[in-house]
Design a binder for this molecule. Structure first.
Ligand SMILES: C[S@@+](CC[C@H](N)C(=O)[O-])C[C@H]1O[C@@H](n2cnc3c(N)ncnc32)[C@H](O)[C@@H]1O
Length: 305
């Protein structure tokens, strides 16, 4: 099909500069916060040309096919689809992860879970670590890479999410190191882990309360999986269940690390202490100053009975 046939007017607009300006204009009109930056990234993806080189060579020609491909990606982004789904990747803890709409896009604050896990296990060469709600596998992969002799288990209730996690495990050469299970919270561990063998259970569970659902950005509410976000009426469903189930799988002195939403830390700490099984030993703040990760240590046998 010719450029005219595709609705592209004159050869003069087939330049990087014109394509960049057009993409930026469309994204700006759609209310995207950083239209120039995102336009450059979309061009980079299609043209394999860095944003710097796009600026240096605005007069370079692009083909009609490239023009159409960029336009299609811009239209998806203008429809508020997250840039990470459009490009198919997100960086986390220094690694690139494949992301699809089956998985939550990894957030930088979740790296606190990885850092604390590594800190707790650095002198325990045979540590057993369980990632509950693994999604893209970003936490399990980062932990397995940082703790080369640890046993790492990853669980998700979504088979579609686990398929993406497996792609990431293969991509980073860690598929032989991480055992994957599909099922509800810790239930699959009855096949994979004996009682009281876990050193760390870490989880970034769904924690959005029903009342907060409509306040989410369209990128999140309309595109990220509801299963990865919605935590029941008050957002606490998964914490309550994890706190009940985790003591059976943790060693005395083992830890349960839970990412929490803004304003949820105090309630999660209280619930953890109320089980009688846990001592909250820290609450980690993210870079925005929000209490983000509740760290609980399992007390000795019989403590909660
Ligand atoms: C907030 S996402 C976290 C994904 C990833 N760990 C991260 O930090 O980016 C929560 C994940 O928990 C999974 N999930 C939701 N309910 C679950 C359940 N009952 N049992 C196991 N996994 C569950 C979802 O499918 C989703 O992948």
């Amino acid at each position: 099909m010719s450029a005219q046939g595709l609705g592209i007017a004159a050869a003069s607009i087939h330049t990087i500069g014109a394509l960049l300006a057009d993409a930026e204009g469309n994204l700006k009109e759609a209310g995207i916060e950083q239209p120039a930056l995102e336009a450059a990234w979309l061009l980079e993806y299609v043209l394999e040309l860095s944003p710097l080189m796009q600026r240096v060579k605005p007069e370079c020609q692009v083909t009609a096919a490239e023009w159409v491909r960029v336009q299609a990606l811009v239209a998806r982004r203008a429809n508020r689809e997250p840039l990470q789904y459009v490009l198919g990747t997100q960086e986390f803890c220094g690694r690139e992860f494949r992301v699809t709409p089956a998985v939550l896009i990894p957030r930088p604050e979740s790296a606190l879970l990885v850092d604390e896990t590594v800190h707790r296990c650095k002198e325990n060469l045979a540590a057993t670590v369980v990632d509950v709600g693994t999604g893209s596998g970003c936490l399990a992969v980062s932990v397995a890479a940082a703790l080369p002799t640890a046993r790492v288990l990853a669980i998700d209730v979504s088979p579609e999410a686990l398929a993406v996690a497996r792609i990431n495990m293969v991509q980073h050469g860690l598929d032989g190191r991480i055992e994957c299970f599909c099922g509800d919270l810790l239930a699959p561990l009855s096949e994979g882990l004996s009682a009281n063998q876990g050193d760390v259970i870490l989880s970034n569970p769904p924690y959005i309360a029903e009342i907060d659902w409509m306040t989410l950005q369209p990128e999140v509410r309309c595109f990220e999986p509801r299963l990865a976000l919605a935590g029941g009426r008050d957002g606490m469903d998964l914490y309550r269940r994890l706190l009940q189930q985790a003591p059976a799988y943790l060693k005395p002195g083992g830890v349960l690390l839970m990412e929490v939403g803004a304003g949820q830390a105090a309630s999660v700490c209280r619930q953890a202490e109320e089980t009688g099984w846990f001592r909250v030993y820290d609450v980690l703040r993210d870079e925005g100053g929000i209490d983000r990760v509740v760290c609980c240590e399992r007390k000795g046998d019989g403590a909660g009975l």
